[in-house]
Design a protein. Sequence first.
Length: 51
Amino acid sequence: MFAIALAMLIIGVWAVGETQHINLSGNVDFTITDGNLYIKDIRMKDANDAG
């Protein structure tokens, strides 16, 4: 049991050390030809905004 607990601890610390970053950039264009469809809400966040 001790060996399993130790292995899980090591794997957990190793997994936390593996950070991933996703950076998206570009333009988004919504073209809607159907009059029955609409955009209800659009939100944007500044990259430097912590909130």
